[in-house]
Write a protein that binds this ligand. Structure first.
Ligand SMILES: [Zn+2]
Ligand SMILES: [Zn+2]
Length: 410
């Protein structure tokens, strides 16, 4: 980012934090949280700051104008003290769902990498080493596209469903946010989770990821072949059992020969010829070994496939870190100029990040765009642009500059 483009973005962030439009909701027990800020020009992180209330924080934001604002998920006796002297009291349970962790068909189209050594660049997945000079440091450019954000939303829907139905959290305890970039955050604020340690949080991570499910244990022991399917394989109607049962039922109902083969089912003929019997005897009556040719192995393979579909793809380290800093709701994301915004769980299906997270509503500016795919923002569609000057609304210009795709035309 050129200095004059950075000055433009800084000026817009400053207007935002000095204006009255910036409604910034405070996290619970704000006085027990550590705050951290990434500075625009210095690119350093200022940490271990504490605020008693909104006025001190607002003043800090309007004077400092950071590019990114974070607070701890944790509650501390002394949030401003050094790490080992803070006095950890507990932490919210947080989940991060980011398109970086979800394979999408579009990252080959919109993601770019540039060699830090020689400047050679390419599209798609970043290589291990530069094909020209062998350098291993890259500057990567990703793009927050509709498809990426829709996949992140699908993962969020699965996660929230598990938190509600399997863990029993109420909607009041679940806070869902658009992260401001390529994903969603889910925060659980509840006394029962507050004091869970990293190991307990890892158990929750494993659950939502479908790791270590008991129904696969028998197979792992190698006993399955000799025993009848009904003795080894069974699914009851709660939690993962229910999720697998419903998912497998749906899979069998719609399965083609190709589907079954791609999942690794060798007895696909038996499955295809006995669909009705399977759905009735196995799924309705629980007699998993009652259809000839449909073995424990068949069930295990289909269950494994369905487990991968139904598990939520989260960034696991975020949830297990009990000192984690997380972006503060209402503030701007330094890579997009979009806000992290909370919305009700019930609105997950229709929430539109490219409309509802837009912070800059006025003005336009001329920018020179290097390369950007077609994108949607604030109800309008822009681009694609390639090496051209174009006048854009402020929000679109800030997004492109922050993402390293454009510079202000002086
Ligand atoms: Zn190179
Ligand atoms: Zn994408």
């Amino acid at each position: 980012m050129a200095a004059f483009s950075q000055e433009f973005v800084y000026a817009k962030f400053s207007e935002f934090y000095n204006g009255s439009s910036a409604e910034i909701p405070l996290p619970a027990s704000v006085g027990q949280r550590e705050f951290a800020f990434l500075l625009f020009k210095e690119r350093i992180m200022v940490r271990h700051r504490g605020f008693a209330g909104i006025s001190g924080l607002r003043l800090f934001l309007s004077e400092t104008v950071p590019s990114d604002v974070y607070h701890s998920c944790a509650y501390y006796e002394n949030p401003e003290a050094e790490m080992d002297k803070k006095g950890w009291l507990g932490a919210d349970l947080v989940f991060d769902i980011d398109a970086d962790h979800i394979p999408t068909s579009c990252n080959k189209i919109h993601d770019e990498w540039t060699c830090g050594k020689c400047g050679f660049s390419g599209k798609g997945i970043t290589p291990e080493s530069c094909p020209i000079c062998g350098g291993q440091k890259f500057d990567t450019k990703t793009w927050p596209c509709d498809l990426c954000l829709d996949s992140a939303k699908e993962e969020t829907v699965k996660l929230v469903d598990m938190l509600e139905k399997d863990f029993g959290f109420s909607r009041k305890e679940l806070h869902v946010f658009f992260s401001g970039h390529r994903g969603y955050h889910v925060h659980v604020e509840n006394d029962a989770v507050k004091t869970l340690d990293a190991i307990a949080r890892k158990e929750i991570v494993d659950y939502v990821s479908g790791i270590g499910l008991a129904m696969f244990a028998e197979k792992a022991k190698g006993k399955s072949r000799r025993r009848r399917a009904s003795n080894v394989f069974g699914l009851h109607d709660f939690g993962w059992n229910k999720r697998l049962k419903l998912g497998m039922q749906k899979f069998i109902l719609n399965a083609t020969k190709e589907d079954l083969r791609s999942v690794g089912v060798r007895s696909y003929v038996a499955v295809l010829q006995n669909k009705e019997a399977i759905l009735k005897r196995c799924f309705e009556e629980g007699r998993w070994g009652s259809v000839k040719g449909v073995s424990v192995e068949t069930w295990a393979r289909i269950a494994e496939y369905v487990k991968n579909l139904e598990s939520a793809k989260i960034d696991t380290v975020v949830t297990t870190d009990i000192h984690r800093l997380i972006r503060m709701a209402g503030t701007l994301h330094g890579k997009t100029g979009l806000r992290k915004v909370e919305f009700p769980v019930a609105r997950l299906a229709d929430f539109d990040p490219f409309k509802e997270a837009v912070a800059f509503k006025d003005g336009a500016v001329k920018v020179f765009v290097s390369d950007v795919p077609e994108f949607r923002l604030g109800g309008n569609v822009f681009g694609p642009y390639k090496r051209q000057a174009v006048e854009l609304p402020t929000a679109a210009a800030v997004l492109l500059i922050c993402k390293g795709r454009a510079e202000v035309v002086k």
